[in-house]
Design a protein around this ligand. Structure first.
Ligand code: NDP
Ligand SMILES: Nc1nc2c(c(=O)[nH]1)N=C([C@H](O)[C@@H](O)CO)CN2
Length: 235
């Protein structure tokens, strides 16, 4: 059974990606920070659920060892874990910048390097690394400056790792704009956000699940970005 590792998969997009690939017969290894009820649900479905707060010292090394204790191969790694923090909520700009760069760039960088042998060991023709970035990589974000910069760093890692690991390992980004709102998003924010894209809708997690499927089913796409943004660039 081929194994897929997804970081931050205890809720929302990561959770639905994990459930989809469990249903398709993959062995899932997921990381979670907070033990949401979904963790027990995923474990019940056969997923290996590893608690991991990437802000903790040594978190990446510990995760690598625990992944290696469960599997000698990886069909894919999906770097999904993310913190959508911003300058208006976090006046400690120094700490904010470091935490954004850590979760969105340093963790994927270190995990990719440490887990390359497992990706190369898959029986499949190819293995995949998917970096989940953000539409703001191409535009910037005045309200999420450090977040956008860190996602841009992750976007650049896509091209470096694609060149380094080809042809066995394909490396691509998925760059969404609005996929799903947060429960705390008020009506005014929702109306304003929907107007940002020409499609003017909240597509839901299936949009990203479909994108992951497309990338994993490709034998040719690497070093590229799947932009799931409702035509935001056309407004
Ligand atoms: N939702 C959307 O519309 C969009 C999403 N994206 C991107 O898609 C991906 C998934 O989005 P979404 O599902 O909304 O993500 P969430 O904001 O729900 O975060 C996903 C998970 O990341 C975990 N996480 C955050 N910080 C850490 C940390 N330091 N260590 C370990 N885990 C951590 C969270 O853990 P905990 O549960 O403990 O908080 C959470 O469960 C993200 O990369 C996001 O940037 C991009 C554009 C739009
Ligand atoms: N980690 C997260 N990143 C992002 C989220 C989120 O909820 N968690 N949400 C967005 C927005 O949907 C944005 O794309 C539209 O306002 C961006 N990143």
């Amino acid at each position: 059974m081929a194994t897929i590792l997804i970081t931050g998969a205890a809720q929302r997009i990561g959770l639905d990606i994990a459930k989809h690939f469990i249903e398709k017969g993959f062995q899932l290894i997921i990381t979670y920070r907070t033990k949401h009820d979904s963790v027990a649900e995923l474990a019940e479905l056969g997923a290996i659920c590893l608690q991991c707060d990437f802000e903790e010292p040594g978190a990446v090394d510990s995760l690598v060892e625990r992944v290696k204790a469960h599997t000698s191969e990886l069909r894919a790694i999906i770097h999904n874990a993310s913190s959508w923090d911003c300058e208006s909520k976090n006046p400690d700009f120094n700490g904010l910048f470091d935490s954004m760069m850590n979760i969105h760039a340093k963790v994927p960088y270190l995990l990719n390097l440490a887990l390359t042998p497992l990706l190369q060991n898959t029986n499949a023709e190819h293995s995949d690394i998917i970096h989940v970035t953000d539409y703001v990589v191409e535009k910037g974000s005045p309200k999420h400056i450090a977040y956008a910069a860190s996602k841009a760093a992750l976007d650049n890692l896509t091209r470096s790792f694609a060149a380094k690991l080809a042809p066995k390992v394909k490396v691509n980004s998925i760059a969404p704009s609005l996929i799903i709102f947060n429960d705390h998003d008020d009506e005014a924010y929702r109306v304003k956000t929907l107007k940002k894209s020409i499609m003017a809708l909240e597509p839901g997690t299936a949009e990203v699940v479909n994108g992951v499927e497309m990338i994993l089913n490709s034998n040719y796409m690497t070093g590229r970005t799947l932009q799931l943004d409702g035509g935001r660039h056309l407004k």
